[in-house]
Design a protein around this ligand. Structure first.
Ligand SMILES: [Ca+2]
Length: 156
């Protein structure tokens, strides 16, 4: 079985390199088949949705530990100063969901989050490296007019 798996990887190495456009800043998580890119310009959340769309992509979803670790690595490498936008919101309901409708794991919240502070926090972001260690790369519900760099995704 292991041999077959190895043979498959050798014969079909397409995802080993990924099919992400690395020359334009995309990098691939081969375990979830997604390409991610952090845009340079901080914007409010709705603009982040649009700016990812203009990249032929969408604001990123994190569906489990693999994506969480991968995106945290990108955020660290990019030395993001405060936080990044992810593609989650709670506009219509009291819980969060992803723009693309995919599975939403609730296990990456920062301590005490989501707290919907002042009843005004409906957009999802990930803290960067320059916060206390218990907050690093964890999620927070932010006010949607906060200005952060968007994390975009597209399928390999
Ligand atoms: Ca919050």
């Amino acid at each position: 079985m292991l041999f077959l798996l190895c043979a498959f990887v050798i014969l079909f190495p397409v995802n080993a390199q990924g099919t992400c456009d690395t020359t334009n800043g995309w990098s691939g998580n081969i375990y979830t088949g997604k390409c991610f890119k952090i845009l340079n310009v901080p914007v409010k959340w709705t603009t982040a949705v649009r700016n990812c769309f203009q990249e032929g992509a969408e604001l990123a979803s994190i569906n489990g530990q693999s994506d969480q670790t991968f995106v945290a690595g990108l955020v660290a490498a990019k030395r993001v100063t405060s936080a990044v936008w992810l593609g989650g919101n709670s506009f219509d309901v009291t819980y969060f969901y992803w723009n693309d409708g995919s599975y939403f794991p609730g296990s990456y919240w920062a301590p005490g989050e989501p707290n919907n502070w002042n009843g005004n926090e409906h957009c999802l972001g990930m803290w960067g490296p320059y916060v206390s260690s218990s907050y690093q790369y964890r999620w927070n519900d932010f006010a949607c007019y906060g200005s952060f760099q968007p994390v975009c995704q597209k399928q390999m």
